[in-house]
Design a binder for this molecule. Structure first.
Ligand SMILES: Cc1cc2nc3c(=O)[nH]c(=O)nc-3n(C[C@H](O)[C@H](O)[C@H](O)COP(=O)(O)OP(=O)(O)OC[C@H]3O[C@@H](n4cnc5c(N)ncnc54)[C@H](O)[C@@H]3O)c2cc1C
Length: 401
């Protein structure tokens, strides 16, 4: 049986381990943290399984707003230019992907991946618990101009398999009565009836149990990888802080840390960390049942069991991953302004920050590298939970004998 190392136990690494184990590979997963989805973006993300809202990050509207983001005038989005050559190279490619044509092409490519994930993730609903709900999602637009642009994109996405509908304000209120408590004006919404939600951390924890029990997958936690070892352009192992693990086959699924580790084998990958924050609070009865994305404030609301997960903010350029109190406060204030009575904002607030591993075109990087035996499944950006099963299956398909 072929042996393979999966580097990283975030949701992408765990999905990869599952897809490979099902193909008959003998899988070992290595991660620096003490358990799956403990230390990366899969711990506290927005929880949305956003199969139809797949808009790429690089877009004409982002470029139009760039001066505002660079001057710190938008609480949700910050861009600080870093002089590092890898940031400049990434930024140039990001800008090249910001034309309308590239934005639409990238959004459709991600949609196709998301649709592949949908059936694969729903298969787990009978197998294990991860606060999975089929709630649908409302994406709110504050003005008619934004709604009209969304209408055009919606009709394009629907040609490729999405099932989105544009709703007037009244139709949105009928669909989600909790919008009565929405703290701002909105012109209308896009309704994605088949979007879902679930806790990716819980998914990873329960998937670990299933992988150990049913497939004999081995987990090596508390093992920080320092470098990849190659000989004659082929994988021979990895060194960790404590030892060396031999292998002829490995997949890098290290989220925002992928580029750093790939560099130790001479690979340059265009993945930049974009920092975000979330808070989890007890939900009140007046919380929305459907997932909500507030496009004007770039904030998402999603129920996870009896809790409400609120996520947002995108800090590009100088994201080091450290928790910044003032940025978290900005999200908290924004959330309270949007749905003041949706949850208990005082006392029980669970604060978190994480790094989205973003590529210039927002598309994950999946497949082989120039090094024999070394593969990639990384760069899932803002949609790694949603896309995890699709990219894992694609990778496993390409590796299967
Ligand atoms: C605020 C926010 C909201 C989001 N909301 C959503 C959402 O609603 N829906 C959605 O689909 N996606 C969302 N995302 C994106 C999603 O969370 C990520 O794309 C996804 O979690 C990436 O998964 P990953 O496994 O690639 O990386 P991670 O989850 O970051 O996992 C990387 C793993 O690598 C390990 N690691 C790192 N370095 C080393 C090393 N040297 N040695 C060993 N192990 C190492 C870490 O411990 C970690 O376990 C959001 C992200 C953020 C930040």
């Amino acid at each position: 049986m072929n042996e393979i190392l999966v580097l990283g136990a975030g949701v992408v690494g765990m999905a990869t381990a599952y897809a490979l184990a099902r193909k008959g590979f003998k899988v070992t997963v290595v991660d620096a943290a003490s358990g799956p989805a403990e230390a990366g973006a899969s711990f506290g993300n927005g929880a949305q399984l956003s199969y139809f809202y797949t808009d790429a990050m690089a877009s004409p509207s982002l470029v139009a707003n760039l001066p505002k983001y660079m001057l710190g005038l938008d609480p949700a989005f910050r861009v600080r230019i870093s002089l590092s050559p890898s940031f400049i190279a990434w930024g140039m490619r990001f800008l090249a992907n910001s034309t309308q044509h590239a934005f639409e092409r990238n959004t459709i490519d991600i949609l196709k991946l998301a649709l592949e994930s949908r059936s694969a993730i729903s298969e787990f609903s009978g197998k294990m618990e991860f606060d999975y709900t089929r709630t649908g999602k409302l994406t709110l637009y504050s003005n008619n101009e934004g709604l009209e642009k969304a209408r055009e994109l919606t009709s394009l996405k629907n040609q490729f398999g999405a099932h989105q509908a544009v709703l007037t304000r009244d139709q949105a209120l009928e669909r989600e009565p909790a919008l009565e408590g929405y703290g701002h004006e909105f012109a209308g919404a896009v309704w994605s009836p088949f979007d879902e939600a679930g806790d990716s951390r819980l998914f990873c924890r329960n998937l670990q149990e299933l992988l150990e029990r049913d497939y004999g997958v081995i987990f090596r936690f508390d093992s920080r990888i320092c470098r990849l070892l190659t000989r004659a352009n082929a994988m021979v192992g990895v060194t960790t802080e404590i030892d060396q693990i031999e292998c002829t086959c490995a997949v890098i699924c290290l989220g925002a840390w992928t580029a750093t580790i790939a560099k130790t084998a001479g690979l340059r990958l265009p993945i930049w960390p974009v920092q975000g924050y979330s808070l989890t609070i007890p939900a009140l009865a007046s919380a929305p049942t459907a997932s909500i994305t507030d496009t004007a404030r770039k904030t998402v609301f999603c129920r996870i069991g009896d809790k409400l997960r609120i996520a947002g903010l995108a800090d590009i350029g100088d994201a080091q991953g450290g928790f910044r109190e003032e940025r978290f406060r900005a999200l908290l204030q924004t959330a309270k302004g949007i749905f003041p009575r949706a949850g208990i904002y005082e006392g029980n607030v669970n604060a978190w920050t994480g790094l989205r591993p973003v590529t210039p075109d927002s598309r994950p990087i999946v497949g082989k590298t120039k090094i024999k035996g070394l593969f990639l499944n990384c760069g899932h950006g803002s949609l790694g939970w949603t896309l995890s099963m699709a990219t894992a299956n694609r990778l496993a398909e390409s590796l299967a004998p």
